[in-house]
Ligand binder design. Structure first.
Ligand SMILES: [Zn+2]
Length: 179
C-alpha cells in the first residue's frame, strides 16, 4: 500500500469531525472505526488498509454535497472493512480485457461493491443518516446501473423516515476551502 502518498490531515477539527461520523456508524459496523484522515488519495474509492484502517481523504469531504453523502462514503468504506471484502481495481491493461479471466474478475469486483453498498445503506439507516443521499452520490460519481439497482432495492426494504442534518458539515467544507 502506497502510504507515502497519503499525507495526514493537519487540521484536528477535520479529523475529529470524520471520527465523529465514523463513531456514529460504528454501532452498525462494529470494529471498523479505525480511521486515517489524509489530504488526498487517488480515485473515488477510500482505500481500506490490510489492518482494517479506513483511509478517508479531505477531498472526499469536498466532493460530497452534504453530510449524509459524506457519511455514505465513510459507511461504504467501513462496510468493506466489516465484510473483509475489499475493493480491487480490474484494469484492462496489456489486452487483459480479452483474457478469459477478465469478465469473472469484473463480476467479482462489482459484487464486492454491491455488498459494501448494501451494508452501507443499512448502516446509514441504523445510524440516522439519510441513505438516499448515498444513492445520489453514487449515481453522480460512479454511475453503475447494477450497483444503483441493488442500493434502491435495499432502500425499498426499509420503512421511510425523516432525517435531519447538522450544519457542521458546511463549516468543515468552508474550513477546508480556506486552508
Ligand atoms: Zn467499494
Amino acid at each position: 500500500m502506497m502510504l507515502k502518498h497519503f499525507a495526514p490531515t493537519t487540521d484536528p477539527v477535520v479529523s475529529e469531525y470524520v471520527e465523529k461520523i465514523a463513531y456514529r456508524l460504528e454501532n452498525a459496523l462494529p470494529g471498523t472505526r479505525r480511521i486515517a484522515v489524509v489530504v488526498d488519495q487517488s480515485g473515488e474509492e477510500p482505500p481500506v488498509l490490510p489492518d482494517g484502517t479506513v483511509v478517508i481523504s479531505e477531498r472526499s469531504i469536498l466532493t460530497a454535497q452534504d453530510e449524509a453523502e459524506f457519511a455514505g462514503i465513510v459507511a461504504h468504506a467501513m462496510a468493506h472493512a466489516a465484510l473483509k471484502r475489499f475493493s480491487f481495481p480490474v484494469i484492462p491493461l496489456n489486452g487483459f480485457e480479452n483474457s478469459p479471466a477478465y469478465a469473472p474478475m469484473k463480476a467479482m469486483q462489482r459484487q464486492v461493491e454491491i455488498d459494501a453498498d448494501r451494508r452501507a445503506v443499512r448502516a446509514m439507516i441504523q445510524s440516522g443518516f439519510d441513505p438516499s443521499a448515498f444513492v445520489r452520490y453514487v449515481a453522480r460519481t460512479q454511475p453503475d446501473a447494477a450497483r444503483l439497482g441493488e442500493m434502491r432495492w435495499e432502500l425499498s426494504l426499509w420503512q421511510p423516515r425523516e432525517y435531519t442534518q447538522s450544519g457542521e458539515f458546511a463549516s468543515i467544507q468552508k474550513r477546508l476551502r480556506a486552508n
